[in-house]
Design a protein around this ligand. Structure first.
Ligand code: FAD
Ligand code: NAP
Length: 335
């Protein structure tokens, strides 16, 4: 384990923003992680795949790249409990689960990043969230190196949200996550977005979890920019949820507004639609801009600075606020 100084971290964020870390270390097991936690740096931050971070500045203190791997299984009659190292690539874990016919994460195919980051924002896509398969995670306190087990309850999961984005922000290093997946009687969810339509076009009427994973991969590949080709962090903003009465007012002025009623009684409005209505879709501002196929995704056309992207994000927030009286909040972590 070697701590380097002034490390170039441009290749460690999917936005491809250039930045330096004052001190940088890779950890590949829990012992190394604990030893690093005990070092006396004023600031310590954990980096996974860098697919949900905007580097607005150089990083002060110690940046810890989590590369803890490993997987262990406990079999039960109808389900399997799997504990996975925090540094394992999320999509590789999903492909492995699908290959073994373990169900529950197929809708979460092709999400970039690491297993250790998955509880941070309760990753979600196509009607499934991490919390649906989550059992517990173990994390080290970044100051004391002490381990704590977090249950579903203590993680306080919400929509793209958890304890780790609030009270626990920047305090923990998640080194393993335990999931429950189904071995048979899979609870398949094909009702969301374009999954059903994609399956129909392929002539699949009784989809396996593998069919669903493939459909999700196909849809995502056609809609989202590949970070290897064009820098981005996926959805930059969360979808806002508004009160029903406020939504009625919006709807009377915008009859075509898409909407989804939530169990809470609130109404979810796709942020991408709001941004598009303000004229941002496909617009380029300097080296940054809004992706041409999905306005919710901000992109780096090459050579963009973190400040340029955050200035664009602020301009979008202000224009949506002016037009719709809705304040968008970033989903991406601003560093
Ligand atoms: P990073 O970006 O490295 O870190 C994100 C935050 O988590 C940081 O604050 C970091 O400090 C913290 N963190 C990371 N690892 C740990 C750890 N082990 N312990 C403690 N803290 C940690 N997200 C979705 O929810 N759904 C999607 O469908 C989705 N699609 C995406 C598509 C694209 C093309 C891209 C680029 C991103 C997408 N994302 C999506 C966002 C992103 O992939 C997820 O949020 C992912 O979980 C981030 O993982 P990461 O390892 O890259 O985390
Ligand atoms: P989409 O299918 O074009 O739909 C637009 C938005 O409407 C989505 O964001 C989704 O909200 C919502 N939506 C669609 N069908 C819904 C339903 N049946 N019930 C409730 N809400 C519904 O979306 P997309 O951009 O192609 O993304 C597809 C899925 O992948 C979404 O779940 C999205 O969150 C996820 N995704 C996430 C990221 C990220 O970085 N976070 C990036 C790409 C895709 P939700 O977002 O709340 O699901």
């Amino acid at each position: 384990m070697q701590i380097s100084q002034n490390e170039d971290i441009q290749n460690y964020n999917t936005f491809g923003l250039s930045a330096k870390a004052e001190h940088f270390v890779r950890i590949s097991n829990v012992q190394e992680a604990r030893a690093i936690c005990l070092l006396d740096f004023e600031e310590k931050r954990v980096l996974g795949g860098g697919s949900n971070i905007l580097f607005a500045n150089n990083i002060k203190g110690l940046l810890i790249k989590n590369e803890i791997k490993g997987k262990s299984l406990r079999h039960f009659t109808n389900k399997v409990q799997i504990t996975v190292g925090g540094g394992v690539n999320w999509h590789e874990f999903v492909l492995w689960a699908v290959e073994h016919d373990f169900g529950g994460v197929e809708n979460l195919s092709l999400i970039p990043g690491t297993v250790g980051a998955s509880p941070i924002q309760n990753i979600g896509a196509y009607g499934v969230e991490l919390k649906d398969v989550f059992v517990k995670c173990k994390a080290l306190n970044l100051k004391t190196g002490k381990s704590r087990t977090f249950t579903k309850k203590t993680c306080a999961f919400g929509y793209r949200d958890s304890f780790f984005k609030n009270e626990g922000k920047g305090k923990w290093l998640i080194y393993e996550v335990t999931f429950t997946l189904t071995k048979n009687k899979h609870r398949k969810n094909t009702s969301y977005g374009a999954i059903q339509k994609t399956l129909e076009l392929k002539g699949v009427s009784h989809p396996t979890i593998s069919d669903i994973s493939e459909a999700v991969i196909e849809i995502r590949t056609s809609k989202l920019p590949d970070p290897k080709k064009i820098g981005n962090c996926g959805s930059f903003f969360k979808n806002p949820e508004v009160e029903a009465a406020f939504f009625q007012k919006l709807k009377s002025n915008n009859p075509n507004i898409p909407s989804y009623p939530m169990p809470s009684g609130k109404i979810k409005v796709p942020a991408g639609w709001l941004i598009e209505q303000c004229g941002w879709k496909g617009k380029r501002v300097g080296n940054t801009g809004c992706y041409k196929h999905q306005a919710l995704v901000l992109v780096n056309h090459g050579g963009a600075k973190g400040k340029e992207v955050s200035d664009l994000a602020h301009a979008i927030i202000e224009s949506v606020q002016q037009k719709f009286e809705i304040r968008l909040t970033p989903e991406v972590n601003l560093w």
